[in-house]
Design a binder for this molecule. Structure first.
Ligand code: GLV
Ligand code: MN
Ligand code: MN
Length: 412
């Protein structure tokens, strides 16, 4: 029997979750382990329990909601995404994969299907890097990409450690135990909005992701010399912000000149000290994100940026220090899961195209421990990470249907 997606139920849940936010709706802000995040987690757990799933949480707060298969020893078919949100975000990023995943499971149950492999919905902790500077904390720990020791040392901007805030949030237990046993998953699929304009432009309802680009994140600290904005004459200045301005353009140039369309670089944060209109900036901290689907090419851009830091420091007589926060490797999705998704699309005569994910996702890390692919649906104008992010109800329902059909095929 074809699973029936209850589009109205799914949409009303997406709307309800969007109201759990630290800021005025329609903007959504849910930073990991803040009250809004904790409230959203409890709300989500209640929805999973209502659906008859067995919920467990690990020490970092990754939440697993399981539908037991007839062979409990068989590797699991998994789906999921995240519900944390960057400041001033929209309501679909991550949420479509979580609530769509839940709806897919409910639809399969209601269709009378009985899986052999258990099917699990996974809600990852902190896909977004907002609080601790690196994203995908839950999936990094699950995949063993981040060690428990390194995780414990992460601190937020107020100096609180990840270990403290997860315990305050109610997640005790040993971080060492978060890593998944090898072979835990038979397959993993993440449903997500595209966060780019291609599906909408081409009027194609679905994208099957074949490669996920990966970021390197750098912090750059520039120290010059401060002083009175009136008193210090131009030849005597060592303005940290002027050095930063040159460097930002060098970073842009390094990405543009890489020779690959998939190379992108962004300076997303520029903190200026002391930050007074009549004071020469003495210190600047830049946060830089450099991504590509090709690891050597991405690393070459990172090296170029480091070289440009040295030359700018010499030219401008400032000191420049770089700190590499993470440099993850891109991944290729698993051909078998790509094929399973393609077959579900064909079964329902739905058009799809292969795509690159230029955003990163927990799937980037889960792909290291599970055969994995992602399924994209269009979002209006490609907007994401902003309150007017929007995905059409039919697109959300279509993606959920293909997800359900594919999990069914993989769990039989
Ligand atoms: C994830 O949100 C990303 O920055 O790609
Ligand atoms: Mn996001
Ligand atoms: Mn996301």
């Amino acid at each position: 029997m074809i699973p029936t997606i209850d589009q109205n139920r799914l949409l009303s849940e997406i709307d309800a979750l969007a109201l759990i936010t630290a800021v005025e709706p329609p903007a959504v802000t849910r930073i990991v382990f803040t009250p809004a995040d904790l409230k959203a987690r409890s709300w989500m757990k209640a929805r999973c329990e209502e659906a008859g799933l067995t919920v467990r949480e690990d020490a970092i707060g990754n939440t697993f909601a399981r539908w037991d298969g007839s062979d409990p020893a068989a590797p699991v078919v998994g789906t999921g995404s995240h519900i944390d949100a960057i400041p001033n975000a929209g309501k679909y990023d991550g949420v479509v994969g979580v609530l769509g995943g839940l709806e897919a499971i409910r639809a399969l149950r209601q269709s009378g299907f009985r899986p052999r492999s258990s099917i699990e919905l996974l809600v990852f902790t902190a896909e977004e890097p907002t609080r601790f500077g690196i994203g995908c904390l839950g999936s990094r720990l699950l995949s063993g990409t981040l060690t428990a020791d390194a995780a414990r040392k992460l601190t937020d901007s107020r100096g609180a450690t990840l270990d403290e805030v997860r315990r305050e949030g109610g997640f005790g237990g040993e971080l060492e135990r978060v890593k998944l046993a090898s072979g835990y998953y038979k397959a993993f699929i993440e449903l997500h909005i595209e966060q780019g304009p291609l599906l909408e432009r081409q009027q194609i309802p679905l994208g099957i992701v074949t490669k996920i680009a990966a970021p390197a994140s750098l912090r750059i600290l520039i120290e010059g010399s401060g002083g009175h904005a009136g008193g210090v004459l131009m030849p005597d200045r060592r303005d940290a912000l002027c050095a930063a301005a040159e460097l930002i353009l060098e970073i842009e140039g390094a990405a543009r000149g890489s020779g690959g369309v998939d190379t992108v670089a962004t300076v997303g944060i520029c903190e200026v000290f002391p930050g007074a209109v009549n004071s020469i900036p003495s210190k600047v901290r830049l946060s830089v994100d450099i991504r590509d689907t090709d690891l050597p090419r991405r690393n070459l851009v990172v090296n170029t940026v480091e070289t440009k830091c040295k030359s700018t420091a010499a030219k401008r007589q400032v000191s420049i220090q770089t700190e590499l926060l993470n440099a993850d490797a891109p991944v290729d999705c698993a051909p078998a899961i790509i094929e399973a998704l393609s077959q579900s699309c064909r079964k329902h005569e739905l058009k799809f195209i292969p795509m690159v994910s230029r955003a990163y996702h927990d799937s980037l890390f889960m792909a290291r421990v599970a055969p994995l692919a992602m399924l994209f649906i269009p979002c209006r104008h490609g907007y994401s990470h902003r309150p007017d992010e929007y995905a059409a109800p039919e697109d959300i329902a279509r993606g959920t249907l293909v997800l359900a059909e594919t999990m069914k095929a993989l769990s039989e």
